[in-house]
Design a binder for this molecule. Structure first.
Ligand code: ATP
Ligand code: MG
Length: 516
């Protein structure tokens, strides 16, 4: 889509790129090719794997020394129980993509006829024998394959490996989300028993990192160079802050900001534009975000995300689950700590988890607004207590993550209160057993700390008051709410046990304690 601007020339579509194959050079990928290696390239969704490997294939072919093809295994996903059919679908797709990407003299001969379970290796064998140049095959979307189709493809590659480079590809890469270690698990072996992966020929696994802060700025400045429209330094820093360099997010924020929000090229893109772009991206639930949040339903993902949101300790989480959720890109484990990968995911995750409780909310009248439409915290408290007494109990069952069900219902309620006119910022502190929320509505800022009281531990109020102090200190606020969800067994119904009182924190602040 092109945008026309009465004040200036035709605005080019946002299309900027950082040199793609250069991102792999850091990992010394050329050396892997030259040494005839089979290797794995893994990185989370939408990191630029396909873009980088396509660039690599083009460079290798253009060098005149290699025939390099970027091919995908994606078509095998549709036929998880039909090996022969999966192989044929994959090979038919390869033909088309080779015809598109490579000049005729580098094409393979017709794929030979062969048995089920040998069709892929027979095809690669025929192509390598036929090719005048060393053959390099980059196989994308390895994660699309499952069960015995996955095992068979890996076995076929391993079987051909000793015959390289004359009658099998000289170098080969498997590209996907997971490192090889997981192919062991998926293909039936247990990682704990030291079973070898069917792809144990891989000499290395390399990964693609996110963009650095400097790369984010360089990418967005390409737009400035072409159109003259600047990003303020604060806006550049904000894109970095919100995305932590996640490539899809960086592009998506910039594209929405320049194409939809700040149309006049004379006008710089500033922080509020980036924030508005972020809101649009989250509301639109575009594929990338949708793919990620879909994963929240998987038990392995819940095992990690649920305690992370609750501020619980991660000590008891199986390492495999942590690795899986890291590979998906939802969390990072930089500098030893575990956290949600970037502030945008940090916002998208709880919003996704509150979709069902939110849809189940009754109509609530906005009794918390003053005559001039400002948020009145006292009235909000009364409305919340009312809501919780009447609807809390059944709504808790609608929340997808049991351990943090009360948090999710409270957040769903707050989303309804915001109704698009305010924001909720969340902070998670691992091991502190709390979740902090900051509600912003016009000039009003309301800080809430959420804690859970479970069987066998003492009343968390004392610890909570101290923690609320430090949260309020950081925000420069005089007061806030401490919400204690009492989840001990054998309690009366919510309607009978909800109470609220004023309490004094260790630093002498008078705050509201809600027991719900
Ligand atoms: N070199 C680059 N410069 C700028 N943006 C890039 C670059 N590479 C990737 N991106 C951004 O990242 C997005 C995803 O790229 P790509 O499809 O290559 O990633 P992927 O890791 O293969 O994703 P998936 O896991 O879904 O297959 C692109 O749409 C683009 O927005
Ligand atoms: Mg890809």
């Amino acid at each position: 889509m092109k945008f026309f601007n009465t004040a200036g020339p035709c605005r080019p579509e946002y299309h900027y790129m950082l040199p793609a194959a250069a991102r792999l050079r850091e990992e010394n990928v050329m050396r892997l090719i030259e040494t005839q290696s089979y290797f794995v390239v893994h990185a989370p969704r939408q990191t630029g794997k396909t873009t980088a490997m396509l660039g690599l294939a083009q460079e290798l072919t253009a060098s005149g020394k290699y025939t390099a093809a970027m091919l995908t295994l994606e078509l095998g996903a549709g036929l998880p129980d039909d090996l022969g059919g999966a192989e044929r679908a994959i090979l038919a797709d390869w033909r088309q993509s080779i015809a598109h990407d490579l000049p005729p003299e580098l094409h393979p001969p017709p794929w030979p006829k062969s048995e089920e379970g040998q069709q892929i290796s027979a095809a690669l064998n025929a192509w390598a024998l036929h090719s005048q140049r060393a053959l390099v095959v980059l196989l994308d979307e390895i994660d699309a394959l499952q069960n015995h189709v996955l095992i068979s493809v890996l076995r076929q590659l391993r079987a051909g490996y000793p015959r390289r480079p004359r009658s099998f590809p000289a170098a080969l890469a498997l590209i996907g989300l997971r490192d090889v270690r997981d192919y062991k698990v998926k293909s039936g072996g247990s990682p704990h028993q030291g079973t070898t992966s069917p792809f144990n020929i891989a000499v290395r696994s390399i990964t693609l990192r996110n963009f650095t802060e400097g790369e984010v700025a360089a990418l967005l400045q390409q737009h400035t160079a072409e159109t003259g429209q600047p990003f303020t330094p604060e806006a550049l820093a904000h894109v970095w802050h919100l995305t932590r360099g996640q490539p899809w997010l960086v592009n998506a924020l910039a594209k929405v900001a320049v194409e939809e929000l700040v149309n006049a090229l004379q006008q710089p893109v500033d922080v509020p534009d980036i924030d508005a772009a972020k809101e649009l991206l989250i509301l639109r639930r575009q594929t990338h975000l949708d793919q990620l949040t879909d994963k929240l339903r998987e038990p392995r993902v819940r095992h990690v995300i649920e305690p992370l949101l609750a501020g619980a300790s991660l000590n008891n989480i199986p390492l495999d689950d942590l690795e899986y959720v890291t590979d998906l890109g939802l969390i990072t484990r930089e500098y030893g700590g575990v956290r949600i990968a970037n502030p945008i995911y940090q916002e998208v995750i709880p919003r996704t988890l509150t979709i069902i409780p939110e849809a189940s909310l009754p109509t609530i009248h906005p009794t918390w607004l003053t005559a001039d439409n400002q948020l009145d915290p006292d009235r909000l408290l009364a409305a919340f207590l009312d809501f919780w007494r009447q609807h809390g109990q059944p709504l808790l069952k609608s929340a997808p993550y049991h351990e943090i069900a009360p948090h999710l219902v409270l957040m769903a309620f707050l989303h309804r209160v915001m109704n698009g006119n305010g924001t909720i910022e969340r902070e998670y502190a691992i091991g502190s057993r709390r979740m902090d929320l900051l509600v912003r509505y016009g000039p009003v800022r309301l800080a809430l700390e959420l804690k859970v009281w479970r069987d066998g531990v003492k009343d968390p109020a004392v610890e909570g008051l101290g923690q609320l102090d430090s949260y309020l200190d950081g925000l420069g606020l005089p007061t806030g709410w401490l919400v204690i969800f009492d989840q001990r067994s054998g309690l009366p119904e919510i309607a009978e046990r909800v109470t609220t009182e004023q309490a004094t924190t260790p630093a002498g602040r008078v705050v509201t304690v809600i027991r719900a």
